[in-house]
Design a protein. Structure first.
Length: 298
């Protein structure tokens, strides 16, 4: 029988006694879906899924996103993206290097953000390579009532480009990153997302913004928005990690999270010749949280 055990007091559960390479029954699908809504992060140990099987398992949550960067997908499936610090013999990168290095929720910079993200640890470094998660329902609950009221109907301005965001830096290890972000700054629009997001399935409110993607608040100057954003980000980056779970991978761990109520970041702390390789699949969101969009200049 499948076994679900919490991994911390605030979020996350480990699932054992399950082999995702076998056909997934409707009952099991419901158990997993309910567990994700309850625990926000699921850790499923000892899986060894080929890219095709990872895609098959992932699709129980919905429609898969197609990674924009085909260069870094697996040979077997274009839906599976590789995150890795490995370098090919010709000097090119095997996968995305240093992805997710600042706190964020996946794709909040596009109109319909990602719903669920699934990482399978193929090769785990000896040292480092953890992923940290933050329970954004708890973060929202921790805010003073006056601040909750103030942000209730406000929208964060989200942008993908790191050059538009003073709170982040560009990894020197990622090939072409500076040019990429310069061009994104010019060509990609900002997107508005509600600061308070009501989860479409659980109805729970969470704080929906992040140091990585949220660069302002609609209708406010930078001077007005900055103190609010700093206050909102404080519990996410709090050194005591009060609302957090830090996952230390073993090879063949499959970890998934609900981007609608979780922020996460790659901790890093590893380097060649030590290799980290993850296979990543993403379930697309089913609708926009906010239909308004700002102009490219904003
Ligand atoms: C991601 C991500 C973190 C990690 O895949 O979206 O942020 O630890 N990954 O690799
Ligand atoms: Mn991410």
């Amino acid at each position: 029988m499948i076994n679900v055990t919490p991994v911390s007091d605030v979020m996350g559960a480990e699932i054992t006694e399950i082999n995702l390479a076998n056909p997934i029954s409707l009952d099991l699908k419901v158990v997993l879906q309910k567990a994700l809504l309850k625990y926000q992060v699921l850790v499923i140990r000892k899986q060894n899924l080929t890219p095709d099987l990872q895609v098959k398992f992932s699709s129980i949550w919905g429609k898969l996103e197609t990674p924009s960067n085909i260069e870094y997908t697996t040979k077997e499936s274009s839906k599976v993206m590789i995150l890795s610090n490995e370098i090919n013999p010709d000097g090119s990168a095997v996968g995305v290097v240093d992805g997710g290095d600042f706190w964020h929720s996946d794709s909040s910079h596009i109109e319909i953000p990602s719903m669920v993200t699934i990482l399978q640890s193929i090769k785990n470094p000896e040292k480092g390579g953890d992923t940290e998660f933050c329970n954004m329902v708890e973060v929202y609950n921790s805010l003073p009532e006056t601040l909750k009221i103030k942000i209730e109907n406000l929208y964060g301005i989200h942008h993908v480009s790191k050059v538009k965001n003073k709170r982040v830096t560009i990894s020197p290890d990622r090939p072409g990153a500076k040019d990429f972000y310069e061009s994104q700054a010019k060509t990609r629009p900002s997107v508005l997302q509600p600061l308070v997001l009501k989860h479409p399935e659980t109805g729970q409110k969470s704080l929906y913004c992040s140091p990585r993607f949220t660069i302002g608040i609609k209708g406010m100057t930078e001077d007005e928005a900055d103190p609010i954003l700093e206050r909102l980000f404080a519990p996410i980056t709090d050194r005591n990690r009060p609302y957090h779970y830090r996952h230390k991978y073993k090879n063949n761990d499959l970890v998934l999270w609900d981007n609608r109520c979780v922020c996460h970041r790659a901790v890093g702390g590893y380097g060649l010749p030590d290799i980290r390789r993850m296979h990543r699949t993403v379930i697309a969101g089913t609708g926009a949280y906010n239909l308004q969009q700002t102009s490219p200049t904003q």
